[in-house]
Design a binder for this molecule. Sequence first.
Ligand code: DND
Ligand code: ATP
Ligand code: GLN
Length: 655
Amino acid sequence: MKTIRVAAGSVNQSPLDWCGNLARLKCVIEEARAEGVQFLCLPELAITGYGCEDAFLMPNTVERAEEVLGELLEVSGGMMFTVGLPWRHHHALYNVAAVIVDGELLGLVGKQHLAGDGLHYEPRWFSPWPRGVVATTQCLGKEVSIGDLIFEVGGIRFGFEICEDAWSATRPGGHLSAYGLDILFNPSASHFAFGKQELRERFINEGARSFGCAYLYANLLGNESGRVIFDGGPLVSNRGELVASGKRFSFSDHTLVLADVDVDVNRSQVAATASRVVDAAEPTGLVRSSWVADWRMVVPSAALEARRWTKEDEFAQAVGLALFDYMRKSYSQGYVVSLSGGADSSAVVSLVVIGLQLAIGELGEAGVRERLAHISLGDEVSSWMSQLLACVYQASDHSGDATEESARALAQAVGASYQSWEIGGLVEGYTQMVGGGLGRDLSWEEDDLALQNIQARVRSPGIWMLANIRGALLLSTSNRSEAAVGYATMDGDTSGGLSPVGGIDKAYLREWLVWLEKVGSDSVARIPALSYVNQLQPTAELRPADHGQTDEGDLMPYPVLDVIERAAIRDKRAPLEVFVVVRGVFDGYSDAQLKAWVLKFFRLWCRNQWKRERYAPSFHVDDENLDPKTWCRFPILSSGFEVELRELEAHQGSL
Ligand SMILES: Nc1ncnc2c1ncn2[C@@H]1O[C@H](COP(=O)(O)OP(=O)(O)OC[C@H]2O[C@@H]([n+]3cccc(C(=O)O)c3)[C@H](O)[C@@H]2O)[C@@H](O)[C@H]1O
Ligand SMILES: Nc1ncnc2c1ncn2[C@@H]1O[C@H](COP(=O)(O)OP(=O)(O)OP(=O)(O)O)[C@@H](O)[C@H]1O
Ligand SMILES: NC(=O)CC[C@H](N)C(=O)O
């Protein structure tokens, strides 16, 4: 029996936060040491933070990262760990994992497959390290190996797959395993998306099974740089079986999971695999160290977080954590929401509440005070919500009692501060002023959009003013479905610094609110006061009540909009193909009606790219994202699929 103790740790880092990032790394290393860990995996680019953007190109960034690495050497006595940083070699930048063993830097492993799709832009800054190439570099005043390396430390063989490396068909574990692997390390910076942890578990288990080793997976944690949420949730698999899985969406600075692995058992199983391809020669990139980890005689243990994740729970916890982190990392005093009592603003309020409740649940009162040290929180925990979240209902002449009741009930139930303002006089003032200048009275017949938009815009200055006074962030409430078709007033209801539900569609938000009212989970408490909003039909309430305005009347049913949007934008189908898709999904509508909605979608989509460019940053939750800065790019000016739409319009008969 030869048992080693391995661990994977997640850390909540911030880009370029040299002192904070170092302190958190030291903390997790010390905890691992106290637990007797011998081999520890820490995340990709954890020294600098993953989201440094073009600051990766600053020589200062690489120099500071090297200094931090030097400080980490000093706390590496008696153990091996790996941590990620950017590194320059031959005037190119590489994304590397440093391997540190008992006070010595053994080498720098280069990432071979750069992440360049979706919200990842690594090829903008980094070069991929070529397979099979090994070189030397000067780091911390000494010559060390860099490149496609494999290590033998105290008789334990280990190699690396750095995040995207493991997502590729040509993952490095395949060729490394020919030389015999005891451990494969995967330092990662893998963004949250619905259902993605299951996918990670699949390739981690599969790697560990087919390479016959222990697989250590360490992801980053939390809202690191604004938009992207990292799950945390470190994992250890041994020969295909998940043996340790850490908390996802933790509010702590770090999480750590341990596992004891019997190397002898793994090796004999591998030796018994007749189909295994073995390379008897030494690998070119072999780096050896004589440091010997103490062998243990302990029965392998496991630390599994056995939890089935629903999409509802993932959404609540990921965005709750993202909002909490955003508040503390932006040093703001809390949040302000213009609360209409409708679905979007109610969802935004609920997510802020969930974030604070989860933080209190996990960190306790003292822990939250420490995390929000820049805020002088009230003596009573029960007063915190009203201190950190202010909601304002802003009634116009067209607002209904039902929405005000819904807004008030929610704010009171969650303990947020609440007030109600009248904006009718301000709307009237602008209408008179502009009408006076034009020399005519404005009317709904002639000036419909302008009269709608002025109400949404008049709600903006007061709520911004309140945000300024409270030193708080104004949250905008736009959802992804509205963003797709520009169904929002720019500088009106789009006002705000952060858009928590900008990445999620309206139909799902409404389902989620029902779940939150009626179901909840072990971690996320129900909010029964959402019963009011869940009974309302979504409406902008911008036209007089007798116009019977509803979002779906102005646009189209949200479920249809979602299917069109997915087919057109995520799946990149042409208008006629989109029509074929929706026709296959919805048989209750006529062809003429569906065609009209597809045409409307494309026209509004093309016309409103400029609005999407101007939305406040939102959180990434899936691959249907429309954020032009990170995910979905489209020209602001274009012909708007003129020819394709004409063809669709003219199309008759069977398809
Ligand atoms: N390519 C371009 N680049 C830069 N700017 C461009 C532009 N095209 C138009 N514009 C500008 O945009 C203006 C029009 O945009 P904007 O003023 O935002 O308004 P607009 O898009 O015309 O109308 C807003 C729509 O959103 C709906 N809405 C508003 C508020 C709340 C809700 C709700 O769901 O609660 C719904 C409302 O019913 C209406 O259908 C133009 O006057 C022009 O100045
Ligand atoms: N009466 C109001 N009081 C305060 N804010 C309002 C009011 N009406 C609209 N707003 C602001 O404008 C945003 C957009 O309006 P919208 O009607 O789309 O709200 P909503 O919360 O999405 O409700 P719905 O589900 O009815 O669409 C709201 O989320 C809110 O921030
Ligand atoms: N940092 C990375 O290499 C991330 C890429 C990987 N496909 C992921 O999303 O997890």
